[in-house]
Structures are given as C-alpha cells and as structure tokens.
Ligand binder design. Structure first.
Ligand SMILES: Cc1ncc(COP(=O)(O)O)c(C=O)c1O
Length: 377
C-alpha cells in the first residue's frame, strides 16, 4: 500500500525521544521551552507556544483575540473542520468565503465584502502547503481593524516573499500530526510577535495559571494563581524532544517533497484528463504538504470511480476536503449548499495522490502509471 502521506522517523528521532524518556522531565520540562525557542527562531518570530495539537493551537489563538459569542470569523470552507470548529467552541460564527480555482486558497478578492460589524478575524488556510496572498489579506485585516490568523497546519516551512510562514499574520497556528511537515505524534504551536497574545496563550494552555503573583503579596514558593479560565493544552517533553529532532530536517523534507512534486509535473503534465497543482514561484514557496490533482471532467461520479480504483490497486489516495459547510453539524446551523460554488465543484473533482519525503521514485512511478491507466476509464 502506498499512502497519500506518512511520517519520516529516523534513528536520531528515536534517540531524542529515548533520552527524554529517561530524563527527569516527561512534561513541563526543558524540552518544551527549547522546542518553543527553536520554532520561533526557525519561523523568524518572537514567540512560540507549543500545544497538544493543531486544534488546540486554533482554540488557543481564538481565545487570545477574545473571540466571543456574537463574533464572526471569515474563513475558507476548503479546510479540515478544526479551523472553524475551534471558533464555534468560542461561541463565534464562521463565515465561509469561496476559494480560488487554481490553488484552493481563500479568494482574497471576496474577503472584504464578507466583513460585517461582527467580524473579529480573518482566518486563512495555506491549502496543501501553498501560501495564501498574505500581503493582500493582512492589508484588508489592518484596514478594518481585524485580527489576521493563519492556520498554517499545511504550510510549516513554506515561505512568502522571502519570509517564513509564521511571521506574516498576527497569530499563526501549526499542527505536528504525522502527515504534516514535521511531526511530534500529536502536537501543535501558535506563533506570534505580540507579547500580550503570547502571555495569554501561555496561560490559556495551562489552566489559566500564573506563577507570578499580581498583588505583590509574599507567598511560599508552592504558590500559583489562576487568573483566567484555561485548559490543559500542554505539549509533553516527549513530544517536544521529537519535535526538536524533526525540526532540524524540515528544510530537507520540503526539498524532497518539492523534487517529487516537480517529478509529478514532468510525468503527469501531458495527461489531459487532470489538472495539476500550481508550481512554486519566486514569491511563493509551498511546503508541498499535499499533492492534489483535479479531474478536468466527469465530476463526482468519475472522481468516485477513480478513487475506488486507485485504492483497489493499493494506492491509498484521499480527498481534502469535504467543504466544511457540507457537514451535517453545519447544515443544522443553517449553512446551505451553493454557498461557495467554487469550493463545491472543486470538491467534486479532487484527489490527493501520494507525496511524502521518502516516497521512492519506484513507488511514484507506480502511482503515475496506475493513474494514467485508470483515468482513461
Ligand atoms: C488545515 C488544518 N487545520 C487544523 C488541523 C488540526 O490539526 P490537529 O490534527 O493537529 O489537531 C488540521 C489537521 O488535519 C488541518 O489540516
């Protein structure tokens, strides 16, 4: 079976985890701090808060901006449900804006007209690893006094106009799930240059507890204070040790993914039945998290047939994503089909084919030949 994605775990990753397992700290120890520092350095931001997963990262970021009942966020329907779910947990309403046909990213030209008095944030997603139009979205956010949050679950290590993802929005969330750019098993982080957001997120992700006593009273060294309501969203030192080891390899992982993407381009470029994802440009370097092809014709029926046929041949393709507003939970909240026509027709035509750093040329050739044969059916 050739999966659509998988983690790359090598001996140095195993050694790093083993070292932590036999150390004094399994959690709340030095590896978490070191991982946060390394993440911030790599992305060129002042602060990183490591958390339990990418969903916790989104919830922590939404809490940092005080997202509350009655508020709206503007976001894309072409994402994993976590992007909007975490906003719903804060009591806010997601407003879905359609995507662009070429990249699957939110259509920045439609964002401004979706802003209302209730809008609190614009939340973009770098679909499949390709950066959104950060400059345009940031300008809109700043002109309307909105927070700009980037869900960069797909794009850790990507860059836009020479800057790493993480430094381009007010808050950037990451996921370190095994299929993502680097993994900690489960894990995530929020990146920011804003000290107030940083402090708030550190507290929120650890029960709202602060060791610093606000009123200057002298207490014993056991003392801590809970000033705000929080959760336990902490990442453990075991996970952080794996993250530190993985982080050293992010650039080489992306290089391998990009090479495989170019190879797909070379081998599939002349297959008229499919449309390939956009290439890197001087301004935008993808993290190549997913390789999403689109069927030119045939719609959902043809996609289903091809999907099942590929899986029957051991090629474990996937579909990213079912538009969020299609899910029964969101339908019950009043979201209807037809809301985002581009995303909806995009959904009918997409298949994610295998792409991960150690996909061998031989396996990639099997994918290419099988796809070329089956797509003619
Ligand atoms: C775009 C996007 N946002 C958020 C998440 C949530 O991340 P996690 O699975 O680490 O909670 C994912 C995970 O698939 C994702 O793809």
């Amino acid at each position: 079976m050739i999966p659509y994605s998988r983690q790359t775990i090598e001996q140095d990753d195993i050694d790093a985890v083993l070292e932590t397992l036999t150390s004094d700290y399994l959690t709340q120890g030095p590896k978490v701090e070191a991982f946060e520092q390394a993440l911030a350095n790599y992305c060129g931001v002042k602060y990183a808060v490591a958390v339990a997963n990418g969903t916790a990262a989104l919830h922590t970021a939404y809490n940092a901006i005080n997202l509350s009942p009655g508020d709206e966020i503007i976001t894309t329907p072409m994402t994993f449900v976590a992007t909007s779910n975490a906003a719903v947990w804060q009591g806010a309403r997601p407003v879905f804006v359609d995507i662009k046909k070429d990249s699957g990213n939110i259509d920045e030209t439609l964002v401004e007209s979706a802003i209302t008095k209730k809008t609190k944030a614009i939340v973009s997603v770098d679909y499949a690893g390709r950066p959104v139009e950060y400059d345009v979205i940031r300008n809109i956010a700043y002109r309307h006094n909105l927070n700009f949050i980037s869900d960069a679950a797909h794009s850790f290590g990507a860059s836009y106009k020479g800057k790493k993802i993480g430094s381009l929005a007010d808050l950037t969330t990451c996921s370190f799930h095994p299929v993502k750019g680097i993994t900690t098993g489960e894990g995530g982080a929020v990146l920011t240059n804003n000290y107030n957001f940083y402090r708030k997120m550190k507290h929120f992700s650890s029960h709202g507890i602060d060791k610093k006593v606000e009123d200057g009273t002298i207490h014993g060294s056991w003392y801590y204070q809970m000033n705000t309501l929080g959760l336990n969203y902490r990442l453990s030192d075991i996970h952080a040790a794996l993250g530190l080891s993985q982080l050293k390899k992010i650039d080489s992982f992306i290089e391998k993914r990009a090479t495989l993407a170019s190879r797909y381009e070379e081998l599939l470029g002349d297959v008229s039945e499919i449309i390939l994802p956009p290439n890197d440009t001087d301004l935008s370097l993808s993290a190549w998290h997913l390789y999403v092809i689109r069927l030119r014709k045939g719609g959902s029926k043809k996609r289903l047939k091809l999907f099942e046929a590929l899986r029957a041949k051991g090629i474990w393709v996937q579909v990213h994503y079912i538009p969020v507003h299609y899910h029964p939970y969101y339908k019950k909240k009043g979201y209807v089909s037809g809301l985002c026509p581009v995303a909806e027709s995009w959904y009918d035509s997409i298949i994610s084919i295998p792409l991960y750093p150690f996909l061998s040329d031989e396996d990639q050739d099997v994918v290419v030949e099988t796809l070329k044969f089956l797509v003619q059916m």
